[in-house]
Design a protein around this ligand. Structure first.
Ligand code: 9MR
Length: 467
């Protein structure tokens, strides 16, 4: 799973050291420089996360570093199919619940990894095929995404479904053999099970423009054109000794399709280019507004699945490596802020309650929409310093093909993240418009979108315009 390319020259490396030293000095002199990865990433609306395991949460020095540096976590293994459904229809959420509780207590967000994957399936699923496997997959997504509904920032809905090499083909697997539509079925199922989570496709050896990343690009473009719900692409970025020169360009082309990009499993072989490459990857993400976060695949070098590669940011004693400084300096140097619709709720608690499915009948008390277009109502779930608002859009006596809700965010409050709608800004009067999959609402029916904000206050009944 490594992308290993030729080592760059020592001249380039020496130049980089001089440069990064100069940057370190500049950053050290700056009053606004954040001193942790999470805080520095949050300055531009991004998260910086790490993979961990429930059994490591109290292990030192892992725990100290994890809690101090990161504002997002992902389960390295404990949300995979074999772990969450070891026997068919018998679910085990204990470790995942622990990870989520740990994150929420510290204001970290959680990436979900992964709902469906050809690998690390439980034995019972590996033995299955055809309709039985397809139904088992759907049930698994419903139950797992449903259990953690509202608590996952982004789900890797499908992991590693494309073949390596130049074919651009899907990887053969028991899932693939259930029919080529298994990926879109997985995404549609996940959307219904957790409408608030961003839904990602995640893969490796996609860290530049190549046949595999292009095949994924084509799938995402097709999904967007047909309204299959996909919000993000995860580039795992298990890297070797040099970065593909098209790394940033590749991120940008996915972003241009209208999905977020996340660097999901970053680790880089230790060697003379490690720190430089960590800086390059960080800067590439920061340069693209829709690259919304970076996750490293472990905290301390000895935690890594790449035994002996020492590919992470901290050594076994929890000391910061030069790679750490390269990342922190790059984050502190700033980048393109993430756009309003894709900014993750970097440092605030996720919603305490969850939203109902996207399209449901309105409650009996919903007032009839004036003018036959649509109406909107807001419910809020607040805590000290933040809230989640759920907005219900109800069509009038005629069905509608699109909607726009204008609402006033409380004075001093600012929207950090929205789902199931595009939005025009984050303070004051903000317009939310439907996205491709929820513009059509039948007569008298409802759809919901939501957003998270920092600040407190109430929201007056918003206006709704149908189109
Ligand atoms: O880091 C994970 C390791 O502990 C597991 O043994 C391995 C099993 O396949 O999975 C590793 O994580 C993988 C991730 O889930 C998907 N992308 C590749 C990662 C490294 O193999």
């Amino acid at each position: 799973m490594k992308t290993v390319r030729s080592v760059r020259t020592m001249v380039a490396f020496a130049a980089t050291i001089v440069l990064s030293t100069a940057m370190a000095v500049a950053v050290a002199n700056s009053a606004s420089a954040a001193s942790t990865l999470g805080a520095a990433a949050a300055e531009s609306g991004r998260y910086f996360g790490a993979a961990t395991n429930s059994f490591m949460l109290n292990r030192q020095p892992h725990a100290t570093v994890l809690n101090r540096e990161f504002n997002s976590i992902v389960a390295e293994n404990e949300m995979k199919w074999y772990h969450t459904e070891p026997n068919q229809n018998q679910f085990n959420f204990t470790a995942g619940d622990q990870l989520i509780a740990h994150a929420r207590a510290r204001g970290m967000t959680v990436r979900g990894h992964t709902l469906v994957w050809h690998s690390q399936q439980p034995q019972w699923a590996r033995n299955m095929s055809g309709t039985a496997l397809r139904n088992a997959m759907i049930n698994h997504i419903n139950r797992v995404a449903g259990h953690w509904r509202g608590q996952i920032h982004s789900w890797d809905v499908v992991n590693e479904a494309f073949a390596d090499g130049g074919s651009g083909a899907r990887r053969d697997s028991n899932l693939q053999r259930t029919g080529n539509d298994w990926i879109e079925v997985a995404f549609r199922t996940a959307r219904a099970a957790d409408p608030n989570a961003k839904l990602c496709y995640n893969d490796y050896n996609t860290d530049g423009i190549n046949a595999k990343s292009t095949a994924i690009y084509n799938m995402v473009r097709d999904f967007k054109s047909r309204g299959v719900p996909i919000d993000c692409v995860g580039l795992q970025s298990h890297l070797g000794t040099s970065l593909d020169p098209t790394y940033q360009q590749n991120i940008q082309r996915f972003a241009d399709l209208g999905v977020d990009v996340q660097i999901t499993e970053l680790d880089i072989l230790q060697g003379s280019n490690q720190a430089n490459m960590y800086g390059q990857v960080t800067r590439a993400c920061l340069a693209v507004a829709r690259c919304t976060g970076i996750t490293v695949w472990g905290v301390l070098d000895p935690d890594s699945w790449r035994t002996g590669a020492n590919p992470l940011l901290f050594d076994g004693n929890g000391n910061k490596k030069p790679a750490y400084d390269a990342v922190l300096n790059a984050l502190n140097a700033g980048g393109n802020p993430t756009p309003p619709t894709s900014a993750p709720p970097a440092t605030t608690a996720p919603p305490a309650t969850t939203a109902p499915p996207a399209t449901t009948a309105p409650p009996a008390t919903t007032p009839p929409p004036p003018g036959g277009g649509c109406s909107a109502t807001v419910s809020m779930n607040s805590w000290n310093g933040g809230f989640v608002a759920t907005v219900r859009v109800t069509a009038g006596p005629a069905s509608i093909n699109g909607w726009r809700v204008r609402l006033t965010v409380p004075s001093g409050a600012s929207v950090t993240n929205a789902w199931n709608a595009d939005r025009s800004g984050n303070t004051g009067a903000v317009d939310f418009t439907n996205v491709s999959y929820n513009g059509q609402v039948g007569a008298g029916q409802s759809t919901e979108f939501g957003f998270q904000a920092s600040g407190n206050g109430s929201i007056p009944t918003p206006g709704c315009t149908a189109s």
